[in-house]
Every structure is written in C-alpha cells, then in structure tokens.
Design a protein around this ligand. Structure first.
Ligand SMILES: NC(=O)c1ccc[n+]([C@@H]2O[C@H](COP(=O)([O-])OP(=O)(O)OC[C@H]3O[C@@H](n4cnc5c(N)ncnc54)[C@H](OP(=O)(O)O)[C@@H]3O)[C@@H](O)[C@H]2O)c1
Length: 327
C-alpha cells in the first residue's frame, strides 16, 4: 500500500489506516476476540500500518485487543491512541490535567504491550486545562521516549495553533467525509499552513455512505447511532439521496460506494489518511481496495457538483456531545 506522511516529524503511515473502535465499542456488541484479532492482522497483511484506538474504547479493552493483535509486528506498525476523558469514560467530563495525561500514557503503554505510543492524541479539547499545559506534558513524554508524536482530535483553529506552538502537532483527527465537510472551511487551511496531517474519522459516515444502512435498519440497543440525530429514521430517509448519488458514481467507476467515499477523501490532499473501521474481513478487503481507485479531475468535479446539489440533514452529534467538538 502507498504511504503518506503525517506532520513534519516524519511519521510515515499507510495511506489508509484501520479504525479499531467498532471492534469493541460504539456499534453494538464487541466482536469475538479471535475474530477481531483476525481483522486487525489481516489489515496488516494487506499493507495497513496505521491502527487507531483510544483509552475510552471499551473502555480499555480495545487498547488491549490492539496491543495483542499487533504484538507480532509491533515495530512495523504505527499505533495511535488517545487521552482526555475522566476515568477513561467518554460519558464523563474531559480531563487533560498533566497528571492525568501521564497516568493514561503509562496505563496505555501496558495495555498496548509496548514501550512507546507512536501517536498520542488529546481526544477532545479540555476547556479547564490550557492547551500549552497539554502540549507541554506531551512534549515531556516525547523527550522521555514514551510518546513519539502528538495529535489532537476535534480541536478548533486556535487550539491547534496554541498546541503546535509548544509541541509540533503531527495530526488532527476529526470527522470528515462526504457528509461532513465543515473541516474544509477553517481547519484544513490551518493544517496546510502548519504542515499538520489530517486523519478523518468516520470516513464512511459511520457506515451510512456505504449504502448498507437505510431507513428500515434497526441498530442494537447499545449502538451509538441510536442517539445520533443524523441517524433518526426520518433523517436516514432524507439522506438516502446521498447514497443514491454515491451509487451512481460508484457504478460509473466500477467501484463500491465505500471505495468512492474513501478515494474521494484520499484525493482531497496528500496529507490525508482516513481510518475506516469494520468488523468484517470482506469489508476490510473492499475498503483497502479504495487506494487503487483513481479519481480524475473530471470525476472529482462531477462528485463536487453532485454533493453540492444535496442537502444533508441532522446533527452529527447529540446536543450534549456537540459542545465538546471544535473548541
Ligand atoms: N476521534 C474521535 O473522536 C473518533 C470518533 C469516532 C471514530 N473514531 C475512530 O475512527 C474510526 C472509524 O470511524 P467509525 O468507525 O466511526 O466510522 P466509519 O469508518 O465511517 O464506519 C464504520 C461503520 O461502517 C461499516 N462499514 C465499514 N466498511 C463498510 C463497507 N465496506 N460496507 C458497508 N459497511 C461498512 C461498519 O460496519 P461493520 O463493522 O459491520 O463492517 C461500521 O458500522 C473508529 O474505528 C475510531 O478508531 C474516532
């Protein structure tokens, strides 16, 4: 698989990463461990060298899974994880106090069965801790060799600038896809200016862009999409127009919707590295195939025109979570 570089510190990763969250958390019951390990190891065999997890996924068990799955080829892969929630619980408030960041780093290293975290992201900006203190703490962890690179997630322009001034940021991980393009407005120009990579999460629109979900789909009761406004039955019906357009574009290219959604992201900038997630080997193969889908300037223009004609409806987060993003 082709490689891309995130940031100016030489962090080289496969052009597509693997988001590991859904193997343990967020989208219904966890995948059986042996199957989950198979998904992660197959991704590596297909050339994926960039794996995404977080303390809060599970909590804790997703890091353990990723650590175990990648142990045989630890030195050939880049592991990204995240700190920033009280007690590692995503329902609790933010906690990026320096002592907490340090404690998470130590615990994550153990769970990941490794001696360094390749990319350590702040999961959400903490309004109670100055960004300079967060960046300074990660800088210390880097000088101690426990962390290799610093990242932010869902941070706004000013937070990115403040962090980067203390410790160069290798990557911002925020939602970005055909149905959430807000980062193009303010954040991506800042990333370009500062030489920071972009790691779009939910690049398949949490599965919606693939066409596998429609208004009649019912999610497991533990599935996060039950509380996402964009996934209400009514909004799924309205947003089906986007799935239809993607279907036509995919047919025209002899590809699948998922592949077009990922190839489109890859075509936006050479410093973008999407991290689609799946629990299924067949979908992993399909998603990895997106790196071979070439979109010409004419294809991109046709996609742009098609997307412009569609109004996506519904917020991407419930109100209580919305206030945590873009700070
Ligand atoms: N920083 C943050 O705050 C944040 C937030 C969310 C996610 N993330 C990270 O980003 C990663 C990816 O995001 P995501 O999992 O939310 O969304 P995503 O990658 O956009 O979509 C994942 C969903 O799409 C389905 N899917 C994947 N490939 C498919 C295909 N080819 N055809 C049909 N369905 C397909 C998966 O179901 P199956 O498993 O059934 O295939 C899963 O339900 C996560 O794993 C996590 O590491 C970070």
């Amino acid at each position: 698989m082709q490689k891309r570089t995130l940031g100016k510190g030489g962090l080289e990763v496969s052009a597509l990463g693997l988001g590991c969250m859904g193997l343990s958390f967020g989208y219904g019951p966890a995948t059986e461990k042996a199957d989950a390990i198979r998904v992660i190891r197959t991704a590596y065999e297909r050339g994926v060298t960039f794996f995404d997890t977080a303390e809060v996924y599970g909590p804790f068990v997703n890091e353990e899974l990723v650590g175990e799955a990648l142990a045989p080829f630890r030195d050939q892969v880049v592991i990204a994880t995240k700190f920033g929630f009280q007690d590692g619980d995503s329902k609790k408030p933010m906690d990026s106090r320096p002592e907490r960041i340090r404690a998470v780093a130590e615990a994550s290293l153990k769970r990941l069965k490794t001696d360094r975290i390749d990319l350590f992201y702040q999961h959400r900006v903490d309004p109670n801790v100055p960004m300079e203190d967060v960046a300074g703490t990660v800088k210390d962890l880097i000088s101690e060799g426990k962390v290799k690179h610093f990242g932010l997630s869902e941070a706004g322009e000013q937070s990115i600038r403040r962090a980067h001034a203390v410790q160069p940021v290798a990557a911002l991980q925020s939602e970005y896809s055909m149905w959430w393009r807000e980062p193009e407005q303010k954040v991506m120009p800042v990333l370009e200016e500062l030489g920071i990579g972009f790691v779009p999460f939910s690049p398949l629109g949490k599965g919606f862009l693939t066409g596998a979900i429609d208004a009649s789909t019912s999610f497991d009761k533990s599935d996060f999409r039950n509380i996402v406004p964009r996934f209400s039955e009514e909004n799924r019906k309205a947003n089906a127009a986007l799935v239809d357009v993607l279907g036509r574009l995919a047919d025209g290219k002899g590809a699948t919707r998922a592949q077009i959604a990922l190839a489109w992201l890859l075509a936006q900038k050479p410093w973008i590295v999407p991290i689609p997630g799946t629990t299924k080997l067949s979908r992993l193969e399909e998603n990895v195939g997106a790196v071979s889908v070439e979109l010409s300037a004419a294809d991109l223009a046709a996609i742009e025109a098609a997307l412009k004609a569609i109004q996506v409806v519904g917020e991407r987060y419930p109100a209580q979570m919305q206030q945590r993003v873009d700070r």
